[in-house]
Write a protein that binds this ligand. Structure first.
Ligand code: ATP
Ligand code: MG
Length: 263
C-alpha cells in the first residue's frame, strides 16, 4: 500500500441484486421496521438475507472509549448483526503529522474493552498490513475472512462526506453498507453520497472522544466511566498519554503504520 489518498468523485455506484436501503420514507406500504435515524434520512431495515451480518468498526482507538462501544452495540442490536469486528488502524493518511500510540497498545486496549461481549471481536488486519492503510484494503482483507458475509461499516456520521475522498470510494459502496452514527438531531449533508448505501443511526454517548480522554490523562483528570475500567488500568500501567510518556510508547504517524481515512 502506498501513495497519497486520491481524490474521490461524486459518482454514485449501483449495488448488486437484492433489496437495498433507500432514503425514500414516503412509501406508506413499506412494511419493514425503521432504524432510528436522523430526521433527514429514514431507512428501512433490510429483511435478513440469511448471510452472516458482520459489523466493521474501524478506528484509531487511541484509546477506545464507551462512545465506540455504545455505537457498536447499538448498530449490532438495530441491524441484528452476528458480530462486530473492531479494527484498530495502521497509518492514517489524513493524520500523518500526529503522534499516535503504538499499534500494539491500541490493539490490546481494544481487546480488553471488547472481551466481555461475545459478539465483539478485534482484527489485526490493519495493524499488520505494511504502509498506509485504507478502508478498501480493510474490507478486502476481511472479505477473505468472511467470504459470505454482508458487511456493515460503522463510522461517525460526520466522517461520511469524507468517504468521497477515500481510496477507491466507488468500490467501497459495493463492498459494505455504511452506518453513520450520529447524535440526535444531526443533519447529514448527503451531497454526492449514494443514499442507498448509507444509514444514519442515532446513538447516545457521542460526546466522548479519544482526544478528550488523552487530554484528561495528560492533565491528571479522571477517565473512569469514559473508557472501560480495564482500559483505565492499562493506560495507568503503561503511563500512556502522560506528558512524561517515554518516547518508545508512541510512534510518529509518519514513521509507523497508524490510522486510515476516518476517525
Ligand atoms: P480522536 O478524538 O482521536 O479523533 P475518536 O474519539 O474520534 O478519536 P476514533 O478512533 O478516531 O475515535 O474513532 C473511530 C470511529 O468511531 C470513527 O468512525 C468515529 O467517528 C467514531 N466515534 C468516535 N467517537 C465516537 C462516539 N463518541 N460515539 C460514536 N462513534 C464515535
Ligand atoms: Mg476521530
Amino acid at each position: 500500500m502506498s501513495g497519497a489518498e486520491p481524490a474521490g468523485d461524486a459518482r454514485q455506484s449501483t449495488h448488486g441484486s437484492g433489496p437495498r436501503h433507500t432514503t425514500d420514507s414516503s412509501d406508506p406500504s413499506q412494511p419493514t421496521p425503521h432504524a432510528a435515524v436522523a430526521e433527514n434520512v429514514r431507512v428501512p431495515v433490510k429483511p435478513h438475507s440469511g448471510r452472516p451480518r458482520i459489523g466493521i468498526m474501524g478506528g484509531t482507538f487511541d484509546p477506545i472509549h464507551h462512545g465506540h462501544l455504545v455505537a457498536a452495540s447499538e448498530v449490532q442490536h438495530t441491524f441484528g448483526l452476528d458480530e462486530v469486528v473492531f479494527v484498530p488502524t495502521g497509518r492514517h493518511p489524513f493524520k500523518r503529522d500526529q503522534k499516535v500510540t503504538l499499534p500494539e497498545h491500541r490493539y490490546l486496549m481494544t481487546v480488553i474493552a471488547t472481551a466481555s461481549n461475545s459478539r465483539f471481536s478485534v482484527s489485526r488486519v490493519d495493524i499488520e498490513r505494511e504502509g498506509t492503510t485504507y478502508t478498501i484494503d480493510t474490507l478486502r482483507d476481511l472479505r477473505r475472512v468472511y467470504p459470505d458475509a454482508e458487511f456493515y461499516f460503522i463510522t461517525g456520521a460526520d466522517v461520511l462526506p469524507d468517504i468521497l475522498r477515500w481510496k477507491d470510494s466507488d468500490e467501497l459502496w459495493t463492498m459494505a453498507h455504511f452506518i453513520g452514527v450520529t447524535r440526535p438531531g444531526h443533519r447529514l449533508a448527503t451531497t454526492g453520497l449514494p443514499p442507498e448505501g448509507i444509514t444514519l443511526l442515532e446513538v447516545p454517548a457521542m460526546a466522548i472522544s479519544s482526544t478528550d480522554c488523552r487530554k484528561r490523562v495528560a492533565a491528571g483528570a479522571p477517565i473512569w466511566y469514559l473508557v472501560p475500567d480495564g482500559v483505565v488500568q492499562y493506560i495507568a500501567k503503561y503511563r500512556l498519554y502522560r506528558n512524561d510518556m517515554p518516547i518508545s510508547q508512541e510512534a510518529s504517524n509518519g514513521a509507523s503504520r497508524v490510522g486510515k481515512e476516518q476517525g
